[in-house]
Design a protein around this ligand. Sequence first.
Ligand code: NAD
Ligand code: DAU
Length: 347
Amino acid sequence: MHILITGGAGFIGSHVVRHFITAYPQYTVTNLDDLTYAGNLENLRDVEGSSNYRFVKGDITERDAMLSLFETERFDRVIHLAAESHVDRSIASPTEFVMTNVIGTVNLLNAARSLWKESFSGKLFYHVSTDEVYGALGSEGAFTEETPYDPHSPYSASKASSDHFVRAYHDTYGLPVVISNCSNNYGSYQFPEKLIPLFINNIRHNKPLPVYGKGENVRDWLWVVDHARAIDVICHNGKPGETYNIGGQNEWRNIELIRLLCGIMDRKLGRAEGESEKLITYVTDRAGHDFRYAIDSSKLQEELGWSPSLQFEEGLEKTVDWYLDNQDWLDHVTSGEYQRYYEKMYG
Ligand code: NAD
Ligand code: DAU
């Protein structure tokens, strides 16, 4: 089996690549990534020498390059994670999100359809998506696979659009596809533009912690390794044409999560209790900020037997330990371009 994983040098992609090359030594895993600001081959240093792994640098928005890559490599399955993934960047530069998330996905669908035109038997196009396509919840309820799409940010609109194309290729051409929609991931190798690693990095440097609005928005957090396990289960046992929601059953109001994180950081850095919380700074809310996400993952749990493995408090502590043990990684990814982004966003 030859599996193509796109976006494998990013946060979740690197965990998926690591999981597949370790759990399935009999598979060949090709990681296709354009190494944008979010892609970093250091995320795979521990496994890059594996005999069943190879890396290809390439841009999914390049149609002809994708067609010829598929023709040469003859992939059996695709797990597609490559994307522009940060909501705030999508508010500043929406067009890039259309190019990568929509056009890039359509290019991959076309390349798969062209390669697999003789027979779809044993083939699968697995599209990794987000719970943000469902919009925002009030204080009650959870997204199911039947919740109508209602995206609000350019990021979620581009992901919703790509989901629609994936389903359209299934319904129109019979392409074997699955989609999963997951909640917020946390863990090692996450780029420090997202809440948890950004705040760990700022606490480390005694910089303000920019809390959007009143910090009352709610997210459902899942350990990234559990997301990679879910992707494995869906890739092998998911039913073509189906959608699976993945979530942590772990809702946190932002400000409560931030306080928990501050407490862990105080302990780990040997600071007085309450020291890091003093860095909390309330800033202008994100435009179109979705109030609450919550995922009902009972379909995945009941039909495919997956469940999250880690409690959040334990996972967050492990995550803090990882960033503090890997401060060189943080320093490296926050040098150069990151400083300009930070100034523009928060300066
Ligand atoms: P990320 O931003 O960390 O990584 C994205 C990767 O895609 C990077 O390695 C980048 O170099 C690559 N990439 C970007 N544009 C490319 C292009 N044109 N061609 C080839 N490669 C390109 O993202 P992430 O947080 O790991 O998210 C991965 C996927 O999972 C995305 O599709 C995202 O929508 C989805 N998702 C993320 C979360 C989350 O909490 N982070 C939750 C649910 C779903
Ligand atoms: O729900 C899944 C989605 O989760 C993924 O599809 C996205 O790729 C991923 O980025 C994430 O989106 P969010 O917008 O929820 O994640 P982020 O880490 O940017 O923000 C989490 C919450 O924290 C959100 O309510 C906004 C808030 N926040 C974020 C930042 C970066 C702040 O208060 N301050 C900040 O500086």
